[in-house]
Design a protein around this ligand. Structure first.
Ligand SMILES: NC(=O)c1ccc[n+]([C@@H]2O[C@H](COP(=O)([O-])OP(=O)(O)OC[C@H]3O[C@@H](n4cnc5c(N)ncnc54)[C@H](OP(=O)(O)O)[C@@H]3O)[C@@H](O)[C@H]2O)c1
Length: 243
């Protein structure tokens, strides 16, 4: 049965990368529940199709693009399509990310290192650069980091380096966009029950993790705070703390 959006984000347009599943999909759903128009990005078009169909119950404008955040041409194609439908972007969620299998530094492969940096660090840079001309005063950029920016574990060098690099990028971006009144929010979730753990740490105790829907709800609440009380950093953890 179609749901009527509550309307706190009606008239706004959000683009979410890595929106096909996990935290990206949950964020897209939480935004749609507030009446926000959505543009979903991801590499797997079949999964994106399912996401579009699942979100159609919210009666909001929905589009999706195949987009690999490691590839500038792929991002350019997506924004070409985006500009045909929308003149403005209000909320950008740089969410797409990967975590290679936990491995001590001596054994990290070059492929895993470069792929993690390309996806988790260069991806948000490239997408943000392409999005900025479409963003105006009142806009919000969310970068999905991780508590790995605050607490590290052995075996997570590529992931932690990519996310700490992204935190530095996020902090500089916030200062650069302050005069334009575009807010920049550093989302730092702890362990959340998504597919990312299948590679990162397959035996991790999923029952101790947060649900992606809970993280997404907290994020949308942070996006909705009044502009004169911006949330710069949102750190979320399961009640039991780090795993
Ligand atoms: N789960 C956690 O515990 C946790 C905690 C802190 C932070 N995070 C962060 O949350 C973000 C989402 O992760 P998740 O936990 O939701 O994992 P997930 O379920 O594996 O989802 C990852 C998403 O990123 C997309 N993606 C991966 N590589 C991509 C690329 N090159 N281009 C475009 N999209 C790409 C995937 O889509 P396709 O594969 O279809 O392209 C998928 O939609 C990541 O940045 C992750 O670091 C997760």
């Amino acid at each position: 049965m179609p749901r009527t959006p509550s309307g706190r984000l009606t008239g706004k347009v959000a683009l979410v990368t890595g929106a096909s599943r996990g935290l990206g999909y949950a964020t897209a759903e939480a935004l749609a529940a507030e009446g926000c128009s959505l543009w979903l990005a991801g590499r797997d078009t079949a999964l994106l199709g399912h996401a579009l169909s699942d979100l159609s119950k919210y009666n909001v404008s929905l589009f999706a693009s195949e987009c690999d955040v490691r590839e500038p041409e792929s991002i350019a194609r997506m924004f070409l399509d985006f500009r045909r439908k929308h003149k403005r972007l209000d909320i950008l969620v740089n969410n797409a990310g990967i975590a290679p299998r936990s491995t001590l530094i001596a054994k990290v492969t070059l492929e895993d290192w470069f792929n993690t940096i390309a996806t988790n660090l260069s991806g948000p840079f490239l997408v943000t650069q392409a999005a900025l001309p479409l963003m105006k005063s009142g806009g919000v950029i969310v970068n999905n980091l991780s508590v790995a920016t605050r607490q590290v574990f052995a075996g997570t060098s590529a992931y932690s380096a990519s996310k700490s690099g992204l935190l530095a990028f996020t902090n500089v971006l916030r200062e650069e966009l302050r005069p334009k009144k575009i807010r920049v929010l550093a989302l730092q979730p702890g362990a959340t029950d998504t597919d990312i753990w299948d590679t990162f740490w397959p035996d991790a105790p999923r029952q101790k993790m947060m649900k992606p829907e809970s993280v997404a709800r907290a994020l949308v609440n942070a996006i909705l705070t009044p502009a004169d009380a911006a949330v710069d950093e949102l750190v979320l953890n399961p009640p039991g703390g780090a795993l």
